[in-house]
Every structure is written in structure tokens, then in C-alpha cells.
Design a binder for this molecule. Structure first.
Ligand SMILES: [Zn+2]
Length: 757
């Protein structure tokens, strides 16, 4: 799969979506915004990072032979794909071997390595080895605590492979169980009655186990506990860190664990200082958390290695080879492993995106993720080194990375370059402009108080009429009680705070269509429902006069001033557009549906659009396995996850309904659909399988008819509901998109019939 192509399609879809909302009338602002979006304001260049290779450690079988591990480990720790299989021998990474040996010393230890480094084996192997030596069924020997159930579940899956695959049911050498609160009552009872050797849980559950009487047997069988593992140690910070560290002390007490060995795993730390300084820092924190000494030498980091041969990069002869290699467009990366790693381009790529040497030591560390394109990108760097054009450099780097993913190391079966592409996507902020004439005002998308270098000109956010794209400054007005001096300050569109001396509002300045001053002209421009009949002519309703736009002269410093430019000020909520005249009822208090800013489009919709786009494009990738065509989404809390799931469902449902309406309208031909057949035709076009909507899909005869009728009625209601105007600003309905035209029976005849009027 070409990940760079996928990224471009994804960003293109999102760009189309975002730009479909940005209706801007002012030509200068429009040009400025579009240029900035094109230049990556909302989606900077993606960053590339190679997953480094780890230095290899010992084979499990060798550790068994040297009696470091129990002999049964040979059967357990193998690479197994299915339950019947015996599996292939397993070779540890260097840091895993180091951890197994650290565990043997009886000291507490911490493993701090990156993602995909097999952290869990660093404690699973020693724990299983301990249980094997002691004999299974002697009570709980190890408690492993995960910060999230998802991690616990995936570890449970891994343990199943090692401890169950290849063994007859009931004859597993070591027993383990998950106890997180997700289990059925029956499973819980079984675990309480017969606790396993290894218990997987989360810290909240562990706290409960210590306190609830009915789980006392778990604590009783954990007396003399040997291992307490805290996975993802770095997640415990602040108050939660304090909670967990006290929990560790309570566990030690409650289980009377004199010889407790504490183990932690942690992400790699990107803190300041050398490797040695970082180890000491981690050891200090861990000592506090565990309430027991962790020595700096018991902090185990990852040992990286290069796939490509050690090369002196600035060496002129290497640079020449590199230059020759990339300037010839007929040359492509070798497909065989030995050829690939010897390719000068591969060497350069690994040294640029993969690993680098730590300052003041000869330790290999991961490089900071880097973009290919852009002024600080790798292509520019390669171009400067070799004199080859930047365009060609982009091409060869992408080709080299993709080829490195296809080519794998014959020993490990891992790709030479497994790389990650990080794409940041933002929904944008505001456009800001100075209070000057549209022809000369300063425009920026970077939020700041003043025009750069000029503190006498303030910047205010501008927002746009959803109907015509007319811009308004979104302001808050302050009145000095004594002098009546007015100042204007930036305001967030959703900020509606209102008090006597301060109120939210908008400033309008359109020299092509200024707001009029004579009452006759004003009556022409206000919405119809602001007028009433009075002695045969129209006049403004009295109670609305206070809402009329007010002319104020304002200087670039944001204060009312006779020397300033004329602006028309209107109070929020936005009642009607001074340019196009679109009007809103007094009860519609929120302005989000009437006015847009660069950054107001919902985060949920943006996520939904991006997710759908990713899945749609993945589905078309023939080179991927079906099971790989998926998207994993993370949010930082459950409420957001629930909201997003609901949003996603809703989006799909509305999309389905609208597509059925569109198909039904197309099928109906030029005559269109009439109201009385609408729901039936849309129901037919939807053509949903019965089991998707019927409570009893086996329904027959009259029963079946009633079931279908129920759905038709729902569809009939939902169709009209969806055709309301403006109820979804982020997904305008089919009529608003111009895909559907609605006519009204006898409307023309009625209009012509003078006697009816
Ligand atoms: Zn307008």
C-alpha cells in the first residue's frame, strides 16, 4: 500500500469538506485563507519515523540450557499462531534478556522502551519461570496492574498463546485470569473460589479487592505475593500517581509480601539529559511510587541497532555514491535483503529517519520524527547534500521507504523499514483583521493582539454570514460609565455574556453596500417581520428599534473616535445580515448556525469525515489483508468516545436516508415524487434486509405488512424532519445542496388567482 497516496487522498477529502463551508465574500480575505490552507495551515507536512530494530538477545532455549529458565519455558515461550501448533523458537531482544537477568537478582526493576518493543515479555518470562519452579496452584504469585482494560485484554490474549496453545485443555502449566470488572458473575465466582497463579487487573479493581469482604479469598491466597507489576508506569501522574503508590503499599501490607519484587514498564523518556541521567531520574520516581528501592542500574533501556552497515555519512565517496544512486531515475531500490541494506539510499534513510547517536556517548537513540517535504524536510536536506532536485529527492525517499517496508529481514521476518507516518490535522482558529478599510486592512490567521510591530492597531476576529459570506468583526463592546467612551475587544462567537456596561456584538463595514441612514432606506433593508402597517404604510415595530444597526466611528486602536472609519454595530444574537438580508427569529439565540468562523466546524464531524475517508480508501487497497483494513481511534476520555460513536452512527444513518431519497427521486423520472407516495418509494429504494429493522424477522402475512408499514412511517417522518432548513449546519440537506428540488402543488395557480388575495 502507498501510504503517501492514502495520506494525500485523506487530506484532499478533508480539504474539500472544510472548504465547502468557508464562504467568504471579501476577495482579499478569501484569497488569503485559501492560500494558507493550501500551504498546510490545517494539515502540516506529515512526519515520518522508522521503527528501529532492536539488538537481539538470547534464545529462550539457550537460557533454559544455561538453567536461567525452567525447562518448561522451551515449550511455553515460542512463536505460536494457532492452538494446535507447537510453534517456532523465540529469540528475545537484548532488553528482554537484560530484564530476565535483572529479575533473577531479586531487585525491583523498570523497563523503559518504545512501542512495539515487547515490554510485557520482560516480566511475563520471569513470573512464569517462578511459578514453574514453585509449582502451579500455590496461590497468587503475581499481580499485574494495567492502567486500561484494553491493555489488560490484549495481554490476556498474548498469555493465552503462550500458556494455552499447544497444551490440552486443563493441562496448562501456569494458570492466569483476568479480573477487571468486565467478567460475568460466574467467572468472578470461579476466580474468587480458585485464584490463579497470575492475576491481571486494573488499579481500581485492585483497590476494591483489598476492601470488599466477598473477595477476601483472593487476598488470602495472595499471601507472600512475589511480583507486583505496574504496566505503563508513566501514566500514573499527579493525584493518580499518589493513589497508586499508596495502593502499592497497601498491597504489600495486605499480602504480607516481604519479598515482593516490583516491576514497572514505561514509555521511552524524551526528557533532558544523557541516558545515565535519565536512568537515575526514573529510578528516583519509581522508588517513590513503589515505596521500595529501585537502583538506577535496574532501569533497563532499549538497545537499538542499525539494519544498514555503519557508514561515515559526510565521507565524500559515500556522498558521491548517493548522488549517483538517486540522480538516475532508472535506478530503483534492490528487492533482496542484502542488496537493499547495502543501497546508499537505504543507509541515508535509516540515519535520517531511524536512529542517531546520542551526544557524548556512543549509544544509538531514536531520531525525532521528521517530514520529507517542506523547508526543514529531509528532501531539502538530501538535495543540499547531493545537488539533486528536491522533487526527485521526495520521490526517491518515498520510494525507498515503501520498498523498505516490502523487503524483510530473512532472520526475523520483520520489514527492514517499518515506518510510521504522523499527520496532524487541526480544525483551524479564526481569521483576524485590523479595523481598517477592506482594501488595506491587515489580515492574519495567527491569533495575536496587535498588527505585528504596531501596537496602535488591534486585531479582531472576523466571522462570516453563512448565507452570503459577508464578514463581520466579532466583538465585545465596553462602555466607560463616566466618559461613555466605547472600546471594542475580540470575542469568541459563542461568548454571549451580557451586562450593562459590556455586551457582545458584531461590526459591519462594507463600502459597496453601507448600512443606510434615512428611515425610508432602512425600511427597505430590514426583514419584513420587523415592520407593521400604520395608516396605509409600513413602519418599524417600536420594540425592534433598539436592535437597529448603529453607526459608530472607530479608530484602528479599537476605540470610538471621530477620526475613525464608520462601522455599523449590531448586538448579538445576530438577527439579520446587513448585506444579504437573511433573517433569523428572536428565539434563535445561538449564532453558530447563522455565522461561521474558520474554526467552528465541529470536531465530531471532522473526526467522522476523516474516519469515513480512511475506511473508504482502505477498502480499495487490494494489497492489504481484509483484517488490516481498519481504523483505530483514541480519545482522551469515555464521554468523547461515546459522543463520537453516536455521531458516527447518526452520520451514517442520515447518509443512508438521503441516498435513498435521492435514488427514489431519480427513479421517479421527470414527474418526480408526490407526498403520498414518498415514504413508500424511499422505503423501496432503501431496500433494507428485514432483520436490520424488524424485532421479529420471521414475521409473516399481515404481521409482515405491519412491520414494513411501521418502518415506512418512521421514514416518512425522518425525511421531512431532515429537510428542515439549517438544523444541521455541518451537513446541509439535499435541497440546500441543490440535489433535490421541491415544488408545491397549485402554488402557481394560487398565486395567479387574484380573487383569492
Ligand atoms: Zn449575508
Amino acid at each position: 500500500m502507498d501510504i503517501f497516496g492514502l495520506r494525500n487522498r485523506l487530506v484532499q477529502d478533508y480539504s474539500n469538506y472544510i472548504q465547502s463551508f468557508i464562504l467568504i465574500q471579501d476577495a482579499r480575505v478569501r484569497k488569503y485563507v485559501h492560500e494558507n490552507i493550501e500551504n498546510g495551515l490545517l494539515w502540516p507536512d506529515p512526519l515520518i519515523q522508522l521503527n528501529p530494530s532492536f539488538e537481539t538477545g538470547e534464545w529462550i532455549d539457550d537460557l533454559v540450557q544455561h538453567e536461567v529458565l525452567h525447562e518448561e519455558c522451551t515449550r511455553i515461550f515460542r512463536i505460536k499462531e494457532d492452538p494446535e501448533e507447537e510453534g517456532k523458537p523465540l529469540r528475545l531482544h537484548q532488553h528482554q534478556s537484560d530484564a530476565v537477568k535483572a529479575a533473577k537478582t531479586g531487585n525491583n526493576y523498570i523497563l523503559t522502551t518504545g512501542t512495539g518493543s515487547g515490554k510485557s515479555l520482560a516480566y511475563i518470562v520471569p513470573i512464569v519461570d517462578h511459578v514453574l519452579r514453585l509449582g502451579s496452584g500455590k496461590g497468587i504469585q503475581a499481580i499485574i496492574v494495567y492502567p486500561m482494560n484494553a491493555l489488560c485484554n490484549s495481554q490476556h490474549g498474548e498469555l493465552t498463546k503462550f500458556l494455552c496453545y499447544g497444551y490440552p485443555k486443563g493441562a496448562e502449566p501456569v494458570r492466569f485470569a483476568r479480573y477487571t470488572g468486565q467478567e460475568s458473575d460466574e467467572e468472578k465466582q470461579e476466580i474468587i473460589a480458585k485464584p490463579p497463579d497470575i492475576l491481571l487487573t486494573n488499579y481500581v479493581m485492585l483497590e476494591l479487592i483489598l476492601t470488599r469482604p466477598f473477595e477476601k479469598n483472593i487476598v488470602d491466597t495472595a499471601q507472600g505475593l512475589r511480583f507486583l507489576v505496574l504496566d505503563e508506569l508513566h501514566t500514573y501522574r499527579g493525584r493518580q500517581g499518589a493513589d497508586v503508590s499508596l495502593l502499592v503499599r497497601r498491597v504489600r501490607d495486605a499480602c504480607d509480601a516481604q519479598d515482593l519484587q516490583c516491576v514497572g514498564t514505561s514509555a521511552t523518556l524524551a526528557g533532558p539529559g544523557t541516558y545515565e541521567e535519565q536512568r537515575k531520574e526514573i529510578a528516583d520516581v519509581a522508588t517513590k511510587l513503589f515505596g521500595d528501592m529501585v537502583k538506577p542500574e535496574m532501569v533497563i533501556g532499549e538497545t537499538l541497532k542499525k539494519a544498514t552497515p555503519e557508514t561515515d555519512l559526510p565521507d565524500p565517496s559515500f556522498l558521491e555514491q548517493l548522488q549517483v544512486r538517486i540522480s538516475d531515475s532508472n535506478l530503483h531500490p534492490p528487492t533482496d535483503y542484502q542488496g537493499f541494506i547495502a543501497d546508499p539510499l537505504s543507509i541515508w534513510i535509516e540515519n535520517t529517519f531511524g536512529v542517531t547517536i546520542e551526544k557524548d556517548s556512543d549509544r544509538l537513540i531514536r531520531t525525532t520524527p521528521k517530514s520529507i517535504t517542506g523547508p526543514d524536510g529531509a528532501a531539502k536536506q538530501l538535495s543540499n547534500l547531493t545537488g539533486v532536485s528536491e522533487t526527485r529527492c521526495i520521490e526517491v525517499i518515498q520510494e525507498g521507504l515503501l520498498a523498505g517496508y516490502q523487503c524483510s529481514d530473512p532472520d526475523t521476518n520483520f520489514p527492514v523499514f517499518a515506518f510510521r507516518l504522523h499527520q496532524f490535522i487541526s480544525r483551524g482558529d479564526n481569521v483576524y483583521a485590523s479595523l481598517e478599510s477592506p482594501k488595506s486592512r491587515y489580515i492574519t490567521v495567527y491569533g495575536q493582539q496587535f498588527v505585528p510591530g504596531d501596537r496602535s492597531r488591534i486585531l479582531l476576529p472576523i466571522v462570516f454570514c453563512r448565507e452570503c459570506g459577508q464578514e463581520y468583526y466579532c466583538v465585545r463592546i465596553h462602555r466607560e460609565p463616566d466618559s461613555n467612551q466605547r472600546t471594542f475587544q475580540p470575542r469568541d462567537l459563542s461568548d454571549r455574556y451580557h451586562e450593562e456596561e459590556t455586551e457582545p456584538g458584531f461590526l459591519y463595514n462594507n463600502p459597496d453596500k453601507p448600512w443606510p441612514e434615512t428611515i425610508e432606506e432602512i425600511i427597505e433593508r430590514v426583514p419584513n417581520d420587523w415592520l407593521e402597517e400604520h395608516r396605509g404604510s409600513s413602519r418599524l415595530k417600536k420594540n425592534l428599534r433598539k436592535n437597529l444597526p448603529e453607526r459608530i466611528y472607530i479608530g484602528p486602536h479599537g476605540r470610538g473616535s471621530d477620526e475613525g472609519l464608520p462601522f455599523s454595530y449590531v448586538k448579538a444574537p445576530f438577527r439579520f445580515c446587513l448585506n444579504c438580508g437573511v433573517s433569523y427569529g428572536a428565539r434563535q439565540v445561538s449564532d453558530i448556525g447563522k455565522i461561521t468562523s474558520l474554526g467552528t466546524e465541529g470536531r465530531s464531524t471532522a473526526t467522522t469525515i476523516l474516519s469515513l475517508s480512511a475506511i473508504r480508501h482502505l477498502k480499495n487497497e487490494d494489497s492489504l489483508d481484509e483484517k488490516a483494513k481498519k481504523l483505530l481511534s483514541f480519545t482522551d476520555n469515555r464521554q468523547d468516545a461515546s459522543l463520537q460513536a453516536g455521531h458516527f452512527n447518526d452520520f451514517v444513518e442520515i447518509g443512508l436516508l438521503r441516498s435513498a431519497l435521492l435514488r427514489a427521486a431519480k427513479n421517479a423520472g421527470p414527474d418526480g415524487l408526490s407526498h403520498d407516495e414518498l415514504s413508500l418509494r424511499v422505503f423501496d429504494a432503501l431496500d433494507l434486509p428485514l432483520d436490520l429493522y424488524a424485532a421479529r424477522p420471521e414475521a409473516k402475512f399481515r404481521d409482515l405488512e405491519d412491520t414494513k408499514k411501521a418502518l415506512r412511517n418512521v421514514i416518512g417522518y425522518r425525511l421531512y424532519h431532515d429537510l428542515r432548513r439549517g438544523w444541521r449546519v455541518t451537513s446541509p440537506n439535499l435541497e440546500q445542496c441543490g440535489l433535490l428540488e421541491i415544488n408545491y402543488s397549485s402554488l402557481r395557480e394560487l398565486c395567479k388567482a387574484e380573487d383569492e388575495w
